[in-house]
Design a protein around this ligand. Sequence first.
Ligand code: DC
Length: 209
Amino acid sequence: MSFNIAIDGPAGAGKSTIAKRVSKELGFIYVDTGAMYRAMALYFLRSNISNEDEQAISRASENVEITIQYENGEQQVFLNGENVNSKIRTEEVGRLASRLATSTVVRDCLKEAQRSLGESGLVAEGRDMGTVVFPTARFKFFLDARPEVRGMRRFEELQAKGEPADLAQITEMIRQRDDMDRNRAVAPLKPAADAVIVDTSDLGIEGVL
Ligand code: DC
């Protein structure tokens, strides 16, 4: 049995938690496509290339290879052969990922890598899984939640990791990133016409599952 499940939605809607659980129960691979955009952003941060210049982005993307492997069932993302999993979870990287995600060149490059993973049944989470990357996925879900709930989830995640966090600031950053993701010209964040929309604001993990 093999088919694809697409899970989309804004930051903090609960996509990762649910995608991981669903993939485990079905024995499918789990693909966090945001991590691929984040790895791309890390490359740009390190190489100091302007993210305003589409031609520079295009040239740079040719030098970037982003691949995914699994260790004990956990996705690991590699940037030109280096495991960068532990380096991509900052707000700075998230913001730049959202900026780079407006580029057609970057999206095309990652779309190809994502599709090549989808040949044997997967649960893929991102912003355009149901609309662009896996339009024929058998099941599509769009998870959403009120902005203040999403901000609180991120705040609690950071606190749990012992990192400094400011709730108002985090909520505002998430709002800005979602604005950028929703309003871009290519592959904007939106539910596919045939997606099931789930508001996770007042649901626990089991409820959403
Ligand atoms: O899911 P995330 O927060 O790790 O994603 C980081 C950014 O990457 C997100 O703000 C927009 C971009 N992204 C995208 O454009 N398309 C995807 N399928 C996944 C992420």
